[in-house]
Design a protein around this ligand. Structure first.
Ligand SMILES: C[S@@+](CC[C@H](N)C(=O)[O-])C[C@H]1O[C@@H](n2cnc3c(N)ncnc32)[C@H](O)[C@@H]1O
Length: 173
């Protein structure tokens, strides 16, 4: 029988090693990286792909890091970068932070909102490489997990400086 899937559908359905290799190449091209993430989340919403990094639980290293220092937000602000389906954002909110969480993929943001109805987290689509000016120095804590790591070159440098710029100048990196 003839395979009627498009080439985009075929690479989305590939095994995870191939998907990671593909992601690494695309991540080197900022414009392509942004469209690729949205395509993948859309495919997952249609049941045609899985999101390889979506464990649907807070990152255990984040949890360990927060517990080791008995971290409490006490009304302070936190920004969660590339929040995907929202588990890390919800964890940070549970510590008492006022959380803004964003992702380049509007479909991921829809997923986070519908998984956590009534959440205190302010979920919004957004681009780490083009953040709103109002975020500059506005957050006491910036949580970034696995969003910058696959980027290379100027995209990586720009992403890192956007994260640093979102926290107060005196904050430790
Ligand atoms: C590898 S996933 C990691 C997701 C989540 N932080 C985690 O650890 O499970 C990277 C996430 O960052 C998002 N992303 C990629 N580029 C982005 C950008 N320029 N701005 C905001 N989010 C971005 C993707 O849509 C994806 O949800």
């Amino acid at each position: 029988m003839k395979d009627t899937r498009t080439s985009t559908q075929l690479w989305i359905m590939n095994d995870q090693d191939a998907l990671r290799a593909r992601a690494g190449k695309l991540a080197a091209e900022p414009a392509a990286a942004t469209s690729w993430f949205e395509l993948l989340y859309q495919a997952a919403a249609r049941g045609e792909a899985t999101i390889p990094w979506a464990s649907l639980a807070p990152n255990p290293h984040l949890v360990q890091w927060a517990r080791a220092r008995s971290l409490r937000g006490t009304g302070r602000t936190a920004l969660v970068v590339g929040c995907g389906f929202g588990d890390d954002a919800e964890f940070v909110a549970s510590l008492g932070f006022n959380v803004v969480a964003f992702d380049i993929s509007p479909t991921a943001i829809d997923g986070a909102r519908s998984r956590f109805p009534g959440s205190s987290v302010d979920y919004a689509p957004g681009d780490l490489l083009n953040p709103p000016a109002s975020w500059r120095g506005a957050f006491d804590l910036v949580v970034e997990i696995y969003t910058i790591q696959p980027l290379h070159g100027t995209a990586r440098t720009a992403a890192l400086s956007c994260c640093h710029a979102s926290s107060p100048p005196a904050a430790p990196c």
